[in-house]
Design a protein around this ligand. Structure first.
Ligand code: SF4
Length: 69
């Protein structure tokens, strides 16, 4: 069986404008006590890629990165 690709998810939090769009699109994002988004699991596999990619391309400030590792 082919091994699933892995992806690393990062947020440049200083650029987050707290609109919570990413949390509406993907359950791996949460809003933290400081009002900015955080990622719960930094490493995800291919099956979880679509929702993370959706958040990445929908973030208005472009601070979410989904990078294959
Ligand atoms: S979509 Fe971008 S700006 Fe909006 S809460 Fe998420 S990381 Fe912050």
């Amino acid at each position: 069986m082919a091994k699933l690709a892995k992806y690393k998810i990062t947020i440049e939090r200083e650029g987050c404008i707290s609109d919570a769009i990413c949390t509406a699109l993907c359950r791996n994002f949460i809003m933290d006590d400081d009002g900015k988004a955080s990622v719960i699991n930094e490493i995800v596999d291919e099956s979880e890629y679509p929702s993370h990619h959706e958040a990445e391309i929908s973030c208005p400030t472009g601070v979410i990165r989904v990078r294959r590792i």
